[in-house]
Design a protein around this ligand. Sequence first.
Ligand code: AHR
Length: 502
Amino acid sequence: KKASVALHTERVISEISPLIFGGFAEHMGRCIYEGIYDPASPLADSRGFRPDVMSALKDINYRIMRYPGGNFVSGYRWQDGIGPKENRPRRRALAWRSIETNQFGPDEFMEFAKELGTEPMWAVNLGTGTIQEAADLVEYMNLPTGTHFSDLRAANGHKDPYGVKYWCLGNEMDGPWQIGQMDAATYAEKAVQAAKLMRWVDPSILTIACGSSATSMPSYPDWDRTVLDRSYDQIDYFSMHHYAANPYPSATNMGLEKDTDSYLASNVHFAEHADTLGAAIRVSKVKNRSKKDVFLCWDEWNVWYRARGGDGDWSEAPHILEEEYNLEDALVVATWLNTFLKKADVVKIACIAQIVNVIAPIMTKSDGMFRQTIFYPLALFSNHAAGMSLDALVKAPLQNTKRYGPVQVLDVSASFDPQTGKGASFLVNRSQTEALSVTVSWEDRAPQSLTQAWQMSGGDPQAGNSFEQPDRVTAQDLALPPLDGNSVTLTLPPLSFTTLLS
Ligand code: AHR
């Protein structure tokens, strides 16, 4: 079978926001404790950080990091996590039925973010928390010394303000599982009042309101429209969450059979989700007679359906949500990243949920770690998609799927950075059985040669990595196909993800 991709550097969707390459670290399971903070490990440094974990995180090049939850944040008292560690209280974290020791808190997270070179994105507690506590946290993080909470920060050893710019107004407040669930109008009012106070403390902050926690919620998209209409002028971003699954939907998949063709076409759903909320934003802008724009912040996204149980059995760092990823998951992640590029005009922040051990690209044990399959597409996109997202003209055979009908077998996104002259193309062959001969042509500015290429593929969509077999499914260097004039032709194996740099 044959396909073609035509690129033109003036056929542009939008500038790519680097913040779409973000992560999310929640106090749950072994994400923080035994994940990014593991003082008992023989590999840990004096701060409890592990160079091996840090190095793998740096390879992904996360530009923004959401913290500290997630469902956890809706019961979190941030003042528990500051000051001398021996004085910090142990608490029951109700969201995940776990014990929170508070040995890692706001100041430790800022140290972690600095070390990683990532922008912090802080979620405030709008479940049990008050708007005053949210404003106090902004003072602790962002104001020069001279008043109570900024002085407290200095007393804790951090004289200079941290200047946290991105602030999430709660988490998934529509969900019955959420501590302090609310209806849309109640949430919108609390979010507006919280944002107002937080801005009075620091006018330079940017805020993110909660959208629906899932498209499967009965209140989707009415929740979103209500919140947007009320909060539009107090917010800068609007959050969306989605977890992909095979079979889908994961919560009700009892008895459903795996359907890999449909699963690999999940980005039809991702695109519709972004389009729906993008449209809701536009309508709210007009209703509010607003001059400013609000963008989408897809601050939880990933594959998650195997390790669904979230019961920590009242233990510290329980092994929950330790999803093991395979090749087909990596391909879905690659098509998701393609969607972010294709929707670059409206999706400006995205955070994979999560970064270590909990539904994560990196898994650790006390004396080792390995990279899951999904690590590779994340790192390739994050390091190479830059500048402008190009509107690629793709001609490819259709393949039928039970869930989405006919979809193109080839899924593509591409970028071009006018500053550096560098381009990148990301190609997924979703066929489980057929190789695809693809000709990529550059209609203007044809490169002299390709500079590098990688490919992930394999015959078994269920194959993954483990501590025993850490490199079973990785991105391999690909021999560079020669340019023929302004184009290049290469064969994409079935079930493959290919990155071409030019
Ligand atoms: O990422 C895991 C959980 O999924 C988060 O805590 C919550 O926001 C979502 O339901």
